[in-house]
Design a protein around this ligand. Structure first.
Ligand SMILES: Nc1nc2c(ncn2[C@@H]2O[C@H](COP(=O)(O)OP(=O)(O)OP(=O)(O)O)[C@@H](O)[C@H]2O)c(=O)[nH]1
Ligand SMILES: [Mg+2]
Length: 345
């Protein structure tokens, strides 16, 4: 995607210039009232050919963008446009001001907004390798509040691994809640995967040791009962299980919770050993700012995300590049609906 800013005394004239220079396909990315009373419109086009020299579009005397032939030099207005686009994307996602300001300040001047935002995210947020167990042979334990998506995420991982003809062992500690075991049993029956139901930490240790001996190459996925983060004594009950598992402990954090709830939740689970965040339910919100502010505050790395209730759609790696693409893609999706309605900005 290429970006360009246009200045004109009125919105109508700026839009006319955009259409003249970039054609009807242009996507309006942002518009701002300038302090001098003019208007600045940032527009984008998927086709990089729009930087071809075109006829003069500025009226004499107005502060408008001059079109520029393609060349090595990055046009000044493209840099401004990247800055505008990222700022707008972060604003729409309600990224907390302090994090947004640091990200914008870290934009490296790349004319590609994805690359620029990705570099800035890499600088200011932490990303861990996915805890998918085939990465290092350790079990993956998912912890989190009720309904965060732990069981579905593990079922997704088991489904993908089974399709790849890998051996999978699912262990559930969710024995108290009515239907907790049955929910996983349905998946494991369908997938023909071993399900171990474990009540206490010594049993977990023995079960895992047994599988390490019997099926050392199996992916071991451990589901836990949802714990209320507002009752820290409940969350602390996880500790002996996590010590027994000696695995990777990821917090399943639902992206569609408010920022304070995300922070309260992550803090409590981090205290018992969760060392990375797997974002769930990301398709249920347009605002990732709350969870991004939370991982920023707590210094917790992000590792993966889910974006579908379907068990056949596996979690994806969440790194700076994929996060930048999501933040900016959401912007262009909403903007496409608003094209031709500059007042919407
Ligand atoms: N749309 C969507 N729904 C999801 C996603 N992840 C989980 N869900 C839904 O969220 C609900 C809760 O998911 P579960 O996997 O049962 O959550 P849990 O963390 O195991 O919950 P407890 O066992 O009660 O602690 C279910 O309706 C899932 O289908 C996701 O990425 N997108
Ligand atoms: Mg569950």
């Amino acid at each position: 995607m290429r970006l360009k800013s246009f200045y004109a005394p009125t919105m109508k004239e700026a839009m006319r210039d955009v259409r003249r220079a970039l054609g009807a396909e242009a996507i309006i990315v942002a518009s701002h009232q300038e302090p001098n009373g003019g208007v600045r419109v940032t527009a984008a086009l998927e086709d990089p050919a729009f930087l071809r020299p075109v006829a003069q579009v500025s009226a004499p005397g107005s502060r408008r963008t001059e079109e520029k032939a393609t060349g090595d030099e990055v046009p000044e207005d493209l840099l401004t446009a990247t800055h505008d686009l990222v700022t707008e994307a972060l604003r729409r996602h309600r990224v907390p001001e302090s994090l947004a300001a640091r990200l914008v300040a870290a934009l490296d001047g790349s004319e590609d907004p994805n690359a620029a935002l990705s570099a800035a995210l890499n600088r200011h947020l932490l990303f861990a390798p996915t805890p998918f167990p085939d990465a290092d042979g350790k079990p993956l334990v998912l912890v989190g509040p009720p309904g965060a998506g732990k069981t579905l995420t593990l079922a997704k991982l088991a489904t993908r691994a089974t399709l790849e003809k890998k051996l999978v062992v699912l262990v559930t500690l969710d024995t108290e809640r009515a239907g907790g075991v049955e929910q996983l049993a349905v998946f494991t029956r369908l997938l023909n995967v071993t399900l171990e139901v474990v009540d206490d930490a010594p049993a977990l240790r023995e079960t895992l040791a047994l599988h390490r001996r019997k099926t050392p190459r199996a992916l071991v996925l451990v589901d836990t009962a949802g714990q209320n983060p507002l009752v820290p004594e409940d969350v602390v009950r996880l500790r002996p299980f996590l010590e027994a598992a000696q695995g990777r402990v990821a917090l399943a954090l639902s992206a569609d919770v408010d920022p304070e709830t995300a922070r309260d939740t992550a803090r409590v689970f981090q205290a018992v050993g969760a060392d990375r965040v797997l974002l769930t339910r990301t398709d249920l919100t347009r605002r990732l700012g709350g969870v991004l502010g939370c991982v920023d505050d707590l210094g917790l790395p992000l590792c993966a995300w889910t974006a579908s209730p379907r068990v056949t759609e596996p979690p994806q790696t969440l790194d700076a590049g994929s996060l930048a693409r999501r933040l900016l893609a959401d912007l262009s999706d909403t903007i496409k609906k608003d094209v031709g309605k500059p007042g919407a900005f």
